[in-house]
Ligand binder design. Structure first.
Ligand code: HEM
Length: 140
């Protein structure tokens, strides 16, 4: 059972990360497009669908499967898990921030520059590298 849930966890992680890496990239292009243009309206649809159909459900499945693995594997007191949890909480915070930006773009009220979104685009990547090192290498 443990390995089946772990497989589900990794599949959900891949979907979550794919969306978390792609959404800020869409924002980079969206922030550069003219308000009210056909291009801007297309980005709104892409962002909403990506968030609702992929990113949100993948995050829920990742968390549920991950919490099962912590419980079943008795990982709660492991040092690597504490660091992983911190990084995953930060990633979840970034997720919430991105969801807020989808709502802002939908209302034509984006407040951030393309440069900001380019930098934001790197944050999930850095967190993902740390998370994978914790769970695979388990340095402590
Ligand atoms: C959302 C909260 C999360 C929790 C509570 C959680 C917890 C866990 C636990 C306890 C394991 C089992 C470790 C083992 O059996 O050795 C695991 C496996 C794994 N997790 Fe997570 N995880 C979460 C999110 C993530 C995220 C966001 C990523 C990647 C960005 C990730 C990547 C992995 C990978 C690659 C494995 C398989 C490691 C292996 O056994 O080879 N997890 N997770």
């Amino acid at each position: 059972m443990y390995d089946w849930i772990k497989a589900l966890h990794v599949v959900a992680v891949i979907a979550w990360m794919a969306g978390m890496l792609y959404l800020p990239r869409l924002f980079v292009y969206h922030a550069a497009s003219e308000l009210g243009s056909a291009q801007s309206e297309t980005f709104k649809v892409m962002e909403r669908r990506l968030l609702r159909a992929i990113i949100n459900p993948a995050m829920v499945v990742t968390w549920l499967a991950g919490l099962y693995l912590v419980w079943a594997g008795h990982w709660l007191s492991a040092g690597w898990f504490h660091v992983k949890l911190l990084l995953v909480l930060l990633l979840t915070g970034v997720h919430g921030f991105l969801a807020g930006r989808v709502r802002e773009f939908a209302a034509d009220q984006n407040r951030y520059s393309t440069k900001f979104y380019r930098i934001l685009n790197e944050v999930p990547t850095v967190l993902m590298i740390g998370i994978v090192i914790m769970v695979i290498v388990k340095p402590f």
